[in-house]
Write a protein that binds this ligand. Sequence first.
Ligand code: DP6
Length: 322
Amino acid sequence: MSTAEASANIALIKYWGKRDARLNLPETGSLSLTLAALRTRTDVTRIDAPSDRFTLDGTCVEGRALERVGRFVDLVRDMAGRSDRVEVTSSNRFPTAAGLASSASAFAALAVASLDAFGVEMSPSEISRLARRGSGSAARSVFGGFCRMHAGVEPDGRDAFAVPFEGAALELVAAVVVAKASKKTTGSTDGMNLTQKTSPYHAAWVTAVSRDLLAAEDALRAGDLMTLADVVEGNCLAMHADAMAARPGILYFKPSTLWAIEAVRGMRKEGTPVFFTIDAGPHVVAFTLPAYLDAVVEQLAGHPEVECVLRSTSGEGAHLVG
Ligand code: DP6
């Protein structure tokens, strides 16, 4: 049995659109921070059985999710020249009931564990490229800390992988405001595909990302949290504006999302170095400096629709355990 762990990451500058759906190539680059608290552990065992098996948090999974795992492991089977089926057992070390499940930590851990199970050796950038085939954001969870995903230009995707972002002069920690479980929203794959096809704002989004990436990288290197706050919040809201302008519009925000946005902006106005971002769901992630985390967590816990507020430092990249 091969066991790997990976942590989810939260994008400061988002990925929202693909230049090639089959190879899962992103339209733009992105920039993220891997979060220690959002960890997935995955076991992969080669088995003598007619089909793959997948258990997630103790429940046997079938259908589309099992097929997605099987298709991903096929990439590793092809490289190894083997056809053994696998048993994949995965558990998330964070409240998945609240809809915080992450394909980033899932496919980064699955990549590392299945490569080991089939005895295939790869460099970190090759692992990142492989993880991308499972989920675009998973390419970034191969690494710890700040991470920069390159969109690349090659049709075969050989230049579309993540690399660690060196030279950040800020140590960011996060408060993850977990909204109470609500009906399943549009997943990120479907959400970005619909947006790309139907949003009249999508071309403007793509242009904005290149500019935001440069500005965020400069602010990170300069240790300029206030500039980073403007760029990251602007990029997040632009992504959501693009999604909202799809037909039919995709709206990820809940009342607690707007409440947390207001709370974060209110704290910043009063002098607390804090800013927010939001992925394809209702949960707000507030980034701050370590000395302010307690106060930020406390302020963000007070809404009736908030399930809990998780605290996280930056996490390590995907690796084998045990
Ligand atoms: C809003 O990586 O989940 O979190 O490649 O289709 O699996 P697929 O999409 P996924 O999309 C992540 C979208 C996002 C922004 C981000 O993480 O950059």
